[in-house]
Design a protein around this ligand. Sequence first.
Ligand code: ME8
Length: 505
Amino acid sequence: MSFYVTTPIYYVNALPHLGHAYTTIAADVLARHMRQRDEDVFFLTGTDEHGEPVADVAEREGVAPRELADRNVVHFKEMVERVNASNDFFIRTSDPEHAVAVQRFMQALYDRGHIYPGTYEGWYCPRCADFKNEQEIVDGNRCPIHKIELNWEKEDNYFFRLSAFQEPLERLYAEQPDFVMPRARYNEAVGFIRQGLEDVSCTRARLRWGVKAPWDESQVFYVWFDALLNYVTALAYAREGEDLTERYWPADFHLIGKDILKFHGVIWPAMLMAAGVEVPRHLFVHGFLLMQGEKMSKSLGNVLDPFQVMDVFGTDALRYYCLREVSFGQDGSVSTEGFEARYNAELANEYGNLASRTLAMIARYRDGVVPAAEPSAELAGDLDGLADAVRKRFDRAELTAALEEIWSRGVRRLNRYVEEQAPWVLAKAGETERLDDVLYSLAEGLRVISVLLHAYMPETTTRLLDALGQDDLSLDGATFGARPGGASVGKLPPLFPKVEPAQAA
Ligand code: ME8
């Protein structure tokens, strides 16, 4: 089966920050997990390069928008690589193939009568590239997200007949209760639709940096119409000489932050319906990472640099922390202290220690060979069915819940097992058979949880599985007791070395 997952495409008007890394990591975890299930995965990320958000910053910096985009896209590509994202393609909306496909799609909407000329007037946030209605604006006429003053804009342009999709959208939400997840976001989208949909302007007359409307070249498309289409256009040219649209569309999951729900939950499905194209299966809407209670963003200037964190603690630690600390789907605070606490307590002491103790005991008591023995019945209670529970969570993109389950039924359970069984006592007492069972069960438990954790921490788990003499990453193999003993274990430097405070500062 095919599985298609996307991130939002990020604006290239500034440098990437932890918020961008967050969605990219989450999408990667989902993509890697599905590959472990032998799904035919396509994972797309990229950059949103047109429109006011980029044109305005370029003007302020005295460079052409393309120059700014070319300069900043490098940092986004670097971020994607540094977080170890296994994306299959990186789309830039300035790709000529994308522009042609946007024109074709929008021309079809125009030809079908979904687009008409009109005049727009209203409060506009150039950072969001979005008009705000009276209920949305704060403190007089400020943007609720960027806190900047809004501009009153008036211009002749073209409108997309969104109002005509009121009923089809209500039907979509009624028929597909999992179209938007989690439930609170579904309710929010439904609430928005029920307020009554107005037509939205889909071109800009004043702007030059964008894709030209083919039927009126004095206008470029409003950046959101151009941007949303990336999810479809990329499939046609990601592989040279091959069109992947049939194979992967509709997308299984668009992962997005809650700031862009309206576009993805309302405008995007309406555009697709207007063109007679299937809508995506699910949008998963995550919350904001907050620092000192505020949303991290470029404009607020309270940005935690993911590169620094990865330099000191490694990529896997950042990936783990992001999905562990903040329940995926909710807002949550992140901090350096919180990060270090989890790094030490959970990664180094719980998982890292479990790994090094297990390997050390197999080396010491059994000459480095996992004994052939029986899987422990006590552990089976927790480990049997764990892979299935994890699968179910992943089917709903519940990445934090899945991780919690692996941690409590797997990592913590195995640590308790070491204490309960005290293999060193068994060794002293010469209880050979019992010791064989315990060491085999520990190696096997560690293998199972490492396969399940692989999507979250690909580098670390690969190193550990290598040391256990195991290379099968398939979810089907993540069954306790499925692998016999006999493997030779290797040496393993600490998975999560202690970091000196000076290094972390
Ligand atoms: O909105 N916490 O781009 P953008 C969590 N180009 N996630 C965050 C975050 C935070 N503090 N800050 C950003 C755009 N994000 C458009 C999208 S899609 C067709 C076009 C993540 O650069 C989150 O995924 O402003 C959010 O939705 C996205 O970055 C916004 O990135």
